[in-house]
Design a binder for this molecule. Structure first.
Ligand code: IPE
Ligand code: IPE
Ligand code: MG
Length: 248
């Protein structure tokens, strides 16, 4: 039986988050500069986005650039930002054809103005699409996200628009950059690294984590199917016992 037909479409994760990792190592393996890996990673972005939309997943969040990534060599940062602009411009038609809405999370205003502009254009031009939402995490850091939410809520309390007692999980979630987006049930990281790297710390609190040894530029639809099948075999207990889950 092929992989896709092993997926239970009634039990899909609504939201899949991906740490796209291993571009540099993949390029090195091929005797090429790191940027070659980033360029080839675009095909994987297309594949995963398309496969997820075809299945009926509602949200895919891709970690494209972390706040810590500014510390990379200037040449690589510039190349990444240029690639982003290029890709955003090129892929808008495909997103529209596939009825996919683009969104972004992160400290976006600190992106180079060209990147920021291309991003806003992409978001604006796809805002009425409804099949799936593709969220790009750009200049994203989970600690930044938690801090900006805290600041927003603190301001609201200071302005007496909010009572501190009423800050619960829902209120806090709504102050995060992922406001309105359900928490990811599945988080995939490629390249064999097993860490979160400052990605969606609050939102991943109960996500199933899936680590693939494959470098991002080689990640294909079949690899996403494998991750979803693995996810569907897991028992999500949320603190309860296995017996409790079987009874209910
Ligand atoms: C992921 O691949 C892409 C970004 C972080 C932008 P890397 O560039 O981190 O590749 P490795 O981890 O060095 O192989
Ligand atoms: C995480 O990958 C960030 C993105 C995928 C954009 P990194 O390759 O930057 O993570 P670390 O530094 O190895 O943890
Ligand atoms: Mg990496």
């Amino acid at each position: 039986m092929d992989l896709k037909s092993q997926i239970n479409l009634d039990a899909l994760p609504k939201h899949i988050a991906v740490i796209m990792d291993g571009n540099g190592r993949w390029a090195k393996q091929h005797g090429k500069p790191r940027v070659f890996g980033h360029r080839n990673g675009v095909k994987s972005v297309r594949e995963v986005t398309e496969a997820a939309a075809e299945l009926g997943v509602q949200y895919v969040t891709l970690y494209a650039f972390s706040t810590e990534n500014w510390n990379r060599p200037q040449l690589e940062v510039t190349a990444l930002m240029t690639l982003l602009v290029e890709t955003l411009r090129k892929e808008i038609n495909t997103l529209n054809k596939n009825n996919i809405r683009l969104k972004a999370i992160g400290d976006l205003k600190k992106l180079p103005s060209k990147t920021y502009k291309a991003l806003l254009e992409g978001i604006e031009n796809t805002k009425n699409n409804s099949r799936m939402t593709l969220v790009l995490a750009l200049n994203y850091s989970a600690k930044w996200d938690i801090l900006q939410a805290t600041r927003k809520l603190a301001d609201a309390v200071a302005q007496q628009e909010l009572n501190s007692e009423s800050i619960d999980e829902t209120v806090f979630s709504n102050a995060l950059s992922t406001q309105g987006i359900p928490d990811p049930e599945l988080m995939i990281r490629t390249s064999g690294e097993a860490r979160i790297s400052n990605f969606l710390l609050w939102q991943l609190a109960y996500a199933e984590l899936y680590f693939s040894p494959i470098f991002w530029p080689e990640f294909r639809k079949a690899n996403l199917y494998e991750a979803i099948i693995d996810f569907q075999r897991r028992e999500r207990r949320f603190g309860k016992t296995s017996e409790q889950l079987i009874k209910s």
